[in-house]
Design a protein around this ligand. Structure first.
Ligand SMILES: Cc1cc2nc3c(=O)[nH]c(=O)nc-3n(C[C@H](O)[C@H](O)[C@H](O)COP(=O)(O)O)c2cc1C
Length: 343
């Protein structure tokens, strides 16, 4: 296979990287024996909630870099990663003639989000131990079994209630949603079917993303009800995995790398994974001055509580993990031609 075909196949696998609300903010480039990863100005300059400098985009970039490293490991070929001014260049110096089979890409292509219910059975003892062994720079993994995670669940419930009172966040979610086969086929945004909503859930979702109804409903405590539902889902799991440490802003790429690695490990072990970014998002909003004045004191309290519960002010991501009760609809991706270019 010509190098460019091999690299194109590698980029195709990497394009399955996770991103907030499947916003797919990255652009790949292929040249000789290297793949570059950068933020897509086009996708992030639309009226985008997350810009190229955001923690969420840097996190996704880390996930994509880690995908390339995982593929290179499967191919038993080196992959050298160097930072660019904004992004990364991943060089495969010995890629020529390397035999690429479909199974090379299976682990990174099979990684996925599962928002459905999980069984509460504990993970096998060795799996949390394997996770805890992983780290990336100053970023590390912690594991809280169900029953030991009450403080963490309270943080997420609090942050979720703040989210439903933040009009710009509600708009971002509303704009991301895709319903119906034509919209979903574009491969852009959040297919409603991937949300695993319970019966009646679509109606509640449309109220919870309605700029018209939500403020009035919130006066009656609707945001608390929505947040309590998140808390209920979090209890339906084997446990919660926390990615934390380093500096929240500077270590986001490494947090993404570490997250991608353990996400792939968990999915390969038959374990389902559901990311919760809502606490981190509130912390980042505070740093960027995006919190409205009426919510500011509550976000301050949340930030202090994060330090107490997590033992670090840099909480990058929380994953609900467990054995899935059912398979889920997988998120689609943009056509490959839209996310990479050759130079
Ligand atoms: C930075 C980031 C934040 C995310 N936050 C959430 C979240 O709070 N809730 C959720 O259900 N999924 C969350 N996700 C998962 C994405 O929605 C998911 O990766 C995307 O829709 C693609 O689906 P896939 O992971 O199945 O490939 C997040 C992913 C990333 C990278």
């Amino acid at each position: 296979m010509a190098i460019s075909h091999t690299l194109r196949a590698i980029v195709e696998a990497a394009s399955y990287y996770p991103s907030a609300d499947n916003s797919q903010p990255l652009q790949f480039g292929i040249s000789e024996n290297a793949i570059s990863i950068g933020c897509s100005e086009k996708r992030c300059s639309r009226e985008s909630y997350f810009d190229c400098d955001s923690h969420a985009v840097a996190f996704s970039m880390g996930c994509a870099v880690e995908s390339l490293l995982l593929v290179a490991k499967n191919l038993d070929t080196p992959c050298l990663v160097e930072p660019l001014q904004s992004g990364f260049l991943c060089t495969f110096p010995e890629i020529e003639g390397v035999d690429v089979g479909d199974e090379t890409f299976t682990p990174v292509k099979m990684r996925h989000t599962n928002r459905g219910p999980y069984r509460k059975d504990a993970l096998s003892d060795s799996l949390p131990e394997q996770l805890l062994d992983e780290s990336e720079g100053a970023v590390s993994v912690s594991y809280y079994r169900t029953g030991m995670s009450t403080g963490l669940i309270q943080l997420i419930v609090k942050a979720a209630s703040l989210r439903f009172r933040s009009p710009d966040l509600v708009k971002f979610l509303a704009d991301s949603l895709r319903d119906g086969s034509d919209e979903v086929a574009q491969g852009d945004g959040l297919d409603i079917e991937t949300l695993c909503l319970p019966p009646g859930g679509k109606g509640i979702l449309s109220l919870s993303t309605s700029s018209r109804w939500l403020p009035s409903l919130n006066k009656l405590g609707f945001h608390r009800l929505l947040a309590a539902f998140e808390g209920m889902m979090l209890k339906q799991s084997a446990g919660l995995v926390v990615i934390s440490g380093g500096t929240l802003v500077n270590d986001a790429v490494q947090a993404g790398q570490l997250s991608q690695r353990i996400w792939v490990m968990l999915n390969q072990a038959g374990c389902a994974v559901h990311p919760y970014y809502v606490v981190t998002d509130q912390l980042m909003r505070k740093r960027k001055g995006m919190v409205s004045s009426d919510l500011k004191s509550e976000v301050d309290v949340l930030e202090e509580a994060v330090k107490d519960v997590v033992g670090s002010e840099s909480l990058h991501m929380v994953f609900r993990v467990g054995f899935p009760k059912r398979d889920v609809v997988r998120s689609r991706r943009l056509p490959l031609e839209e996310v990479y270019s050759k130079s």
